[in-house]
Design a binder for this molecule. Structure first.
Ligand SMILES: [Fe+2]
Length: 326
């Protein structure tokens, strides 16, 4: 039967950083993803029938060791050399300094830019009072912007424009192979990605508790892909997803090919958050989770001692190619 949502008009353009979320809190303790729970084939290229069934049912799939972990060494070396990392006196052999580095982070990289985004207001000078870092955080695109909730979070977007980094992650042949297996080809060759998202350990006693912030990225993308650059054990910031959320949310969209939320979407969001057991992606450097773009997800609860390092990526198919003869 034709999907009559295809006939609707084009929606108004909106911020590409918009997210679908709720302020209401739903306590949930995510469960980890040990390899024993993987469908058959998780350590091989390609899709087994069990994996196809799993992706169709849940909206996500984990592949183990998809990229050799040593591939990431040069980028991790670069990470340690970045200005805010050295300003915060962090080094690989001193874990005590990995805790809440925002205390020492360059001040002008803690501002929120939301109210000044795209020329909608005067850009602040370094002297302006910008308590920021909480108001409208997701819009920030400063190269070393730090966000503080319970944990300090640094999305290093800049590295996502490095061709070598893209080759090692989103455009890695094994990742493209899996994306094509899941989406059907041809896949658009990625030229950039969102970069490395770091979640730092927090100080423990006396600090706000690390908690989930479930949301759906309202981005025009087909696959959301998260690659671990370092091992992630349970309760250490693992990317957290709500299985079955894409399947439940998609029918509520006013349009078939754009995400256009409706009242029903909000109802379903609350249902998912009340009923679904979230999972936290745990694994080793080089493990990759592929998610349907409408998956409800969250930065993971981080009560651990290491920095959670993950590449956050989007993959899409190429537009259809029309060959004109003459
Ligand atoms: Fe997100």
């Amino acid at each position: 039967m034709p999907d009559n949502r295809l006939a609707n008009s084009v929606p108004e353009p909106r911020s590409p950083e918009a997210a679908f979320r709720t302020n209401k809190s739903y306590p949930a303790v995510p469960v980890p993803t040990p390899v024993e729970d993987d469908p058959t084939g998780a350590d091989q290229l390609g899709l087994t029938p069990e994996e196809i069934e799993h992706f169709r049912r849940t909206g996500y799939l984990i592949k183990r060791g998809l990229i050799p972990s040593e591939t990431f060494a040069p980028f991790l070396d670069l990470w340690w050399q970045q200005p805010p990392i050295t300003s915060a006196r962090m080094s690989p052999d001193d874990p005590a300094m990995w805790i809440s580095p925002g205390r020492f982070w360059p001040k002008d990289n803690r501002w929120s830019t939301a109210r000044n985004w795209m020329g909608q207001g005067a850009w602040p000078s370094p002297e302006d009072d910008r308590p920021g870092a909480n108001v409208g955080d997701p819009v920030g695109r400063l190269p070393h912007k730090l966000t503080h909730t319970a944990n300090d979070v640094w999305p290093w977007h800049g590295i996502g424009h490095d061709p070598d980094f893209v080759d090692a992650t989103t455009a890695h042949p094994n990742v493209l192979y899996m994306a094509e297996a899941l989406l059907g080809g041809p896949i658009k060759r990625p030229r950039r990605n969102r970069g490395i998202y770091s979640i730092f350990p927090h100080g423990g006693a006396g600090e706000a508790e690390s908690k989930l912030g479930p949301h759906m990225d309202e981005s025009m993308t087909e696959l959301q892909v998260i690659t671990y650059l370092d091992d992630v054990v349970p309760s250490s910031g693992g990317f957290t997803v709500y299985p079955t959320s894409p399947q439940r949310l998609y029918p509520t969209s006013a349009q078939a090919l754009n995400w256009v939320k409706t009242e029903k979407s909000r109802e379903v969001l609350h249902d998912i958050l009340s009923e679904v057991q979230p999972i936290e992606f745990t694994g080793k450097a080089g493990d990759v989770i592929f998610c349907h773009s409408l998956v409800l997800h969250s930065a993971g609860i981080h009560e651990g001692e290491r920095v959670r390092l993950a590449a956050i990526q989007d993959i899409n198919r190429s537009p259809s190619v029309v060959i004109c003869d003459g």
